[in-house]
Design a protein around this ligand. Structure first.
Ligand code: ATP
Length: 234
């Protein structure tokens, strides 16, 4: 579904990502792990055309994404849940969801909102409240719900656990499992390696801009080096 081939990205003189090759097959959850500054977000930014690669290619169902503008990706079936959620604080919860299906028909939006409230019953209680009043966990659910409003085939998430208490992280990951079971493929960027590996089928690990290992989640969970570097403290 998503193929990244020998991706390289520079910020001026800094090479943030080099020679990254990564595949995501339909129906999978794939996670991209690594510590701060490893280059994970840069890979996501390149997929979303928020940075332009200095080398390599990214294709989605065989079509190169490099010719696509960011705003056109949603039409291809790709949606992003950005880092720090980026919800619209001054809009209500329902209005935030509507923004995720901007330009679509009223019935499409109405159905999407109903489905979202089925998946996130806790959000329904706050439907008419301003998003600014939601807790961090609820804001994360809202950001995921908003991305799902476009009924993506591929959902990209940048650090959904960031800043959340462990119990809320569990809840967010449980919902992501449900989203995947209902047919959405997921590429997840995470620092919380343990949670990510529990959810994902496969994982890639990045260090200093390159992929240093990859395999099934079971393989990585059993790998001594991965355990020491990423699983020890969690
Ligand atoms: P984090 O979890 O902190 O987001 P990350 O693994 O996602 O880390 P990136 O944000 O992709 O890492 O950063 C990769 C490298 O590129 C880092 O060395 C970072 O300092 C550098 N970098 C990121 N954004 C920029 C930018 N806009 N200008 C210059 N350098 C950048």
């Amino acid at each position: 579904m998503l193929e990244i081939n020998q991706l390289a990205v520079q910020y001026g003189d800094i090479t943030a990502v080099r020679n990254v090759t990564l595949d995501v097959y339909p129906g999978e959850v794939v996670t991209l792990l690594g510590s701060n500054g490893a280059g994970k977000s840069t890979v996501l930014r390149a997929i979303c055309r928020l940075v332009y690669p200095s080398g390599g290619d990214i294709t989605f169902n065989g079509q190169s994404l490099l010719t696509y503008e960011t705003r056109k990706l949603v039409g291809l079936g790709i949606a992003l849940v950005p880092e720090n959620r980026r919800i619209f604080p001054a809009l209500t919860v329902t209005q935030n969801l509507e923004m995720g299906a901007y330009g679509r028909s009223r019935s499409y939006i109405r159905e999407g909102i109903e489905e979202t409230y089925e998946l996130f019953p806790s959000l329904k209680r706050y439907a008419r409240k301003l998003a600014v009043g939601l807790s961090g966990g609820e804001q994360q659910m809202l950001a995921i719900g908003r991305a799902l409003m476009s009924r993506p085939r591929l959902l990209l998430l940048d650090e959904p656990s960031l800043g959340l208490a462990p119990m809320l992280v569990d809840q967010v990951f449980e919902k992501l499992g449900q989203v995947n079971l209902s047919g959405t493929t997921i590429l997840l960027i995470e620092q919380n390696a343990r949670m990510a590996l529990m959810l994902a089928n496969r994982a890639y690990v990045m260090e200093s801009g390159i992929v240093t290992s990859h395999g099934t989640s079971e393989e990585l969970l059993a790998d001594e080096q991965i355990k020491n570097a990423y699983l020890g403290m969690q």
